[in-house]
Write a protein that binds this ligand. Sequence first.
Ligand code: SME
Length: 150
Amino acid sequence: MDSEKILAIIQSLLDKQLTQDITLLQICKILHSNVAHYDWVGFYILDESKKNLILGSYVGKPTEHVNISVGKGVCGQVAESGSTMIVQDVSKMDNYIACSLDVQSEIVVPVIKNGRFVAEIDIDSHAFAPFTERDEDLLKTIAAKISTLF
Ligand code: SME
């Protein structure tokens, strides 16, 4: 499905003003079921200590990584820098936390509220190097739309 259609579905979901948990889970489902190379879609949320990310809503294989320290793995690095990371080949990444041997690539996009990192969208793919500017643009637009939920 093209990005405009996905964004339209997500906008109508946001218009319903459901709870944060339900909204984030629905977004995971929309992305997972409409983009072929999105095999695991989830949100990590910064906890109050600001040193830890906590797994929120997700769709895909359960992961043991429900807590990730800021700075650790791709997720922790994005929490530290506040910048998007695209890893087209996770086997080449040193600071990486493997969730499943099936995962070949990953994109993590920060959610910034009032200039501060509050959460991130994390997507794992079983495909090698599938991410393009289209993914980055789509996920950054979603991240901007949902910042008010935090
Ligand atoms: N691979 C991530 C850990 C989270 S799982 O992908 C769900 C990382 O390196 O931070």
